[in-house]
Write a protein that binds this ligand. Structure first.
Ligand SMILES: *Cc1c(COP(=O)(O)O)cnc(C)c1O
Length: 451
């Protein structure tokens, strides 16, 4: 039996040195709340206790609670999966310059909407627009919060209550609940499906264009591929046909690469410049997929259409913030300076040779004194280049309980996320940033020792 009258009071606990230290780092209200909660828990579980915790024990329980309350829930993670654009791990890591740009405009004030030459209100997007039009060859550009927002805005501004023609091969669902038919209905556009699941002909579009339409939508089937008896007209044919009826074409490119992926032994991912030069009227793509920048939705194309989008109320609701615009400008600048491959993390990763990954995996095995280096495959991920892999080398660690080792790796700070393949825990050097290597090895060592 325990005598609850022996439990120290809140005031007694607050007067200790330990509590003073907690108050100094966490503030009095939070410390008070954690002590109260700890005491009430002890009271309710007291019938099962042999003895009551003493004063230091109560404070350390309260302190543990405070640590959980005040630790940030969004923290850096080491991605050793070999999936370059890992949606669950935050997609594209930013370049040092992009991080620096976002930090420097967020510390103080900036000329976000201020024209420094004229000394009056200016546009928040003018510099990023210049970069985008220069890089893609488009007349105009607009940046919103993400690509789902970009597509919604384009459809809402250009096609509300009007017909939008799209092939049944392209009625796609991207991860995270983005489904073309649902975005279409949200925008108020009327979906006109043409063709079949596997095949669509130019004549299918031609019949649909007999009646007035607001636009033809092309959605890049980013995360899957139709193989076998499948065909589609080329984008160029589609643009020519639509333009003969005076109907604009909007291309939801998804990833929107500015660099040629075939250079790295991957399939060709459609590029923004290609769509623009084929005469597409608006191209929508993400900022944090193969562009390698911050989360953003980018719309480039005809000046009159971009202007219509900019005037729509949704543009204000979906507008990009200054951190995003600063990081995006810095990322685009890498392309402009022809240094994307060496300055942007995702391109550094994609351009690594198997031999470079092999040497790093060997280095890790040596330092850890365990593990074997085996050949494997990395993927681009993030709804780009489905089914495409790049040869790599993996550090493979044998463990009697691979999933238990994985969970110990995730419990490290920073957490390490890897893969299990054929009962081996495998780590792909491709997606581990050079500056993370020290923490990776310490974390792995700890996780292995706990085994
Ligand atoms: C990824 C993707 C989207 C959504 O882009 P977010 O930037 O994630 O909002 C839309 N359409 C296609 C074709 C995509 O691949």
């Amino acid at each position: 039996m325990t005598d609850l009258r022996l439990l120290p009071s809140v005031d007694q606990l607050l007067q200790t040195r330990q509590a003073a230290e907690l108050i100094a780092s966490h503030g009095r209200p939070l410390v008070l709340e954690s002590i109260r909660l700890t005491l009430s828990e002890i009271r309710s579980s007291s019938p099962d206790l042999d003895s009551l915790p003493d004063l230091p024990e109560i404070l350390s329980l309260a302190s543990a609670r405070l640590a959980v309350w005040t630790s940030p829930s969004l923290i850096p993670v080491i991605n050793a999966t070999g999936v370059v654009l890992h949606t669950n791990l935050g997609r594209a890591p930013l370049s040092a310059e992009a991080v620096q740009a976002a930090a420097s405009v967020s510390r103080g004030y900036s000329n976000l909407e201020y024209d420094l030459n004229q000394g009056r209100r200016g546009s928040r997007q003018s510099s990023v627009e210049d970069l985008l039009t220069h890089l893609t060859g488009a007349e105009a550009a607009l940046v919103v919060n993400n690509n789902a927002g970009a597509v919604l805005l384009a459809l809402s501004a250009l096609a509300r209550r009007r017909r939008v023609i799209i092939s049944r091969t392209q009625l796609v669902e991207i991860g995270g609940g983005f489904r073309i038919p649902e975005v279409m209905s949200q925008s108020g556009a009327r979906l006109v499906e043409v063709g079949t699941t596997n095949r669509v002909h130019l004549s299918d579009y031609e019949s649909a264009l007999q009646e007035p339409a607001a636009l033809v939508l092309r959605a890049h089937p980013s995360n899957f591929r139709i193989v076998g008896f499948a065909s589609e007209p080329t984008l160029g044919e589609l643009v020519d046909l639509a333009h003969r009826s005076g109907v604009p074409v909007v291309d939801d490119l998804g990833s929107g690469a500015l660099l040629e992926t075939a250079r790295f032994g991957l399939a060709h991912e459609p590029m923004v410049q290609e769509s623009i030069s084929l005469g597409v009227d608006l191209v929508c793509f993400s900022g944090d997929k193969l562009l390698g920048g911050p989360q953003a939705g980018i719309i480039t194309g005809r000046a009159d259409l971009v202007a219509a989008l900019r005037r729509h109320p949704l543009a204000r609701a979906l507008r990009a913030d200054k951190l995003c615009l600063a990081a995006l400008s810095a990322t685009l600048l890498h392309y402009l300076k022809d240094e994307a491959e060496r300055a942007i993390p995702i391109w550094q990763m994609i351009s690594k040779t198997p031999e470079q990954n092999q040497a790093r995996a060997h280095h890790w095995a040596e330092l850890l004194g365990t593990g074997e280096v085996i050949p494997g495959q990395s993927t681009v991920g993030g709804g780009s280049l489905p089914g495409e892999t790049q040869p790599t080398f993996l550090l493979a660690i044998k463990s009697s309980h691979p999933n238990r080792l994985m969970s110990r790796m995730r419990a490290q700070r920073p957490p390490i996320v890897a893969r299990v393949e054929n009962d081996l825990v495998v780590l792909d050097p491709r997606t581990v940033l050079p500056e993370e290597e020290g923490a990776l090895l310490v974390g792995l060592q700890n996780a292995l020792q706990e085994a």
